[in-house]
Design a protein around this ligand. Sequence first.
Ligand code: UDX
Ligand code: UDX
Length: 462
Amino acid sequence: MKICCIGAGYVGGPTMAMIAKQCPDIQVHVVDLNAKRIAAWNSDTLPVYEPGLDEVVREARGRNLQFSTSVDEAIAASDIIFISVNTPTKTFGMGAGRAANLEFIEKCARQIARVSHGHKIIVEKSTLPVRTAEAVGRILNSSGNEATFDVLSNPEFLAEGTAVQDLINPDRVLIGGESAQAIETLAGIYARWIPREKILTTNLWSSELSKLTANAFLAQRVSSINAISALCEATGADVDEVARAVGTDSRIGPKFLKASVGYGGSCFQKDILNLVYLCEHFGLREVAAYWEQVVSMNDFQKRRFGERIVKTLFNTVSDKHIAIWGWAFKKDTNDSRESAAIHVCRDLLREHARLFIYDPRVGEVQIREDLVHSFADASGHIHPAHQKLIDENVTIARDCHAAADGAHAIAVMTEWDEFKNLDVGKIYSNMLRPAFVFDGRNILDRKLYREIGFEIHTIGRS
Ligand code: UDX
Ligand code: UDX
């Protein structure tokens, strides 16, 4: 059997590498329009940083896993075609700021229709609005050639930073579709390493909606605990204690109750906005407003964090040196899409702070690109004054110490493990007084920082 995947991103790359690892007899071909990304997948420095991924790729690459830009050839040769291209929020036209941009999905469907012969199974891996599969099916089946298609929805639930473990041992695999035979073919691949009882099958629309719903529920938990964190700061309660007490209720459970500077990542916001758009489309205004509040709360949390820094630093950060520890949207990934760090740093730059940023995995080019993007208008233009702010007030540091050298304050934006084991005394001795720390992830040893002389501010504690 031969399979291919269009889109070699954070989802397509690791997922296909895992299938290739687990099924040495299946040829897996991952294709992408982006030649640079493909070259990176073929090199020793993969474009996606995930613990354990290098080993998985190394085992299968050249055996039954290949990466290339030959999209037409890969489609024509494959029995199963995964679509894992990105579906960003639309920035223009109808549904701008909410609806998913399905342009790439539609282009993929047309390309598949054009070059296919015989029968193929098309698998939606990308997270999509409900009923997209129907549109994909219609495009495929009106190509005019003799090829026939089954469309399945198989959303991916892996989380970045733990992708390899999530792929080896997922809570469930979800396959939605109409053709029992096509479902069985795909289920048979996963069943090589995943117990059958974990492979759930549904109709197409349930599968598409389940993915949006799962992400909305997860984001809602983070927004819920973050809402309570604001109340904790006002009342003297401790949000981590509240989370522990609440999470021991087996009906609630302990996961996804970690208060933070705000969730990020490519999925939560995009998928909730997508859900909101769908609800509005179907006239369900109250349902739309309910879910939209999850995003508003997250925006509030990010804004609040920056405001707290400014207020604490005597109401001005102008020309003050602030060390930013962490840029990725969570630890163990090099992905910074929608990272809270971007929003907080944009707000601090507006206040004319000087930022010294360090992240173990996100490089300078990406950080600057993210900042430019955060200031840009809908058509991508940035005002020269904002560009100047970035050029003159942002320095990328080589480590935590360098970032904090001579600083007024440190802000922790990502929960990287290395931030927990630093020489705190040395950092303190190189900072200005009073030395402030704002821990946006509640990972630092508060007691230690205080003993050394820092004034430490954390999330959800007064
Ligand atoms: C993406 C979506 O964000 C997510 O909603 C979906 O569930 C899976 O796909 P991710 O893998 O993180 O997630 O996206 P990204 O890293 O941007 O990868 C998408 C890749 O598709 C890019 O490398 C892009 O070059 C490629 N692509 C996009 C194509 O090859 N062809 C296209 O027409 C469009
Ligand atoms: C998420 C879903 O978990 C995954 O199933 C889906 O396939 C894609 O979207 P991801 O965005 O990669 O995965 O990471 P996740 O671990 O869910 O974290 C998302 C954001 O929430 C991060 O910024 C993280 O720091 C934040 N978060 C998570 C919290 O602030 N508190 C928590 O308790 C959990």
